[in-house]
Design a protein around this ligand. Structure first.
Ligand code: HEM
Length: 182
């Protein structure tokens, strides 16, 4: 009689979970440009798209990122993961970098840019709209010792800085970018 279809229909009613509410300003798709550098490499510019989505009534935000070379559109680094904000203002983030990264490394001859997963912890401030993360664990990285990431909403733009420490260099910027919501 069709009554069994009511459960899946109810499941489609998506509410923002209270744990995600303080970061709901992130939800959506962002696009912009960034610059990368480090003492040991040539600086470069890139295009970037970020997506933050909240698939279902769970205390988690799904995150995905892709980047490309500004002049050619050729893909660069891509990554995805989950952000788990807690009601006490702390946040945990797990990020995996795609196997695409391996292809990118080959293309750019950059086997050193080889982090493939990371676990970050930090805090968020819903008033200031800032999220600060630092690595607890960096996996499968030959050179990376530490990573910090700060995301901040400034005049409707999402601005971030990624810093890293390697075996040779202390913690300093690798990436900065500025994105607007589509
Ligand atoms: C180089 C890590 C994200 C593009 C590097 C290096 C490391 C690294 C360790 C080598 C530095 C050295 O040799 O001293 C990371 C980490 C990232 C990240 C941990 C994320 C948290 C990105 C992104 C892009 C990118 C998003 C592109 C938009 C590059 C490029 C190089 C590089 C082009 C230089 C390659 C070369 O000239 O040999 N990265 N990277 N990286 N990275 Fe990243």
């Amino acid at each position: 009689d069709g009554s069994e279809s009511s459960a899946p229909q109810q499941a489609q009613v998506v509410a923002v979970h209270p744990a995600v509410e303080p970061l709901s300003y992130l939800l959506g798709t962002w696009r912009g440009q960034g610059e990368g550098g480090f003492p040991t490499i040539n600086s470069f510019k890139y295009g970037e798209q970020l997506n933050f989505s909240h698939p279902g009534n769970k205390p988690v935000i799904a995150y995905s990122q892709k980047t490309w070379k500004l002049n050619s559109g050729e893909p660069m680094h891509a990554e995805s993961g989950y952000w788990r904000p807690k009601p006490d203002g702390t946040i945990e983030v797990v990020i995996a970098q795609s196997t695409g990264l391996v292809e990118v490394q080959v293309k750019f001859n950059a086997p050193s840019c080889s982090t493939s997963y990371m676990f970050l912890k930090g805090t968020y401030d819903a008033e200031e709209k800032v999220v600060k993360l630092h690595s607890e664990l960096v996996g499968n990285a030959s050179k990376v010792r530490e990573i910090t990431r700060v995301f901040k909403l400034v005049n409707e733009e999402l601005v971030y800085v990624v810093e890293m420490a390697t075996s040779l260099n202390s913690l300093q910027p690798h990436l900065k970018a500025s994105l607007t919501k589509l």
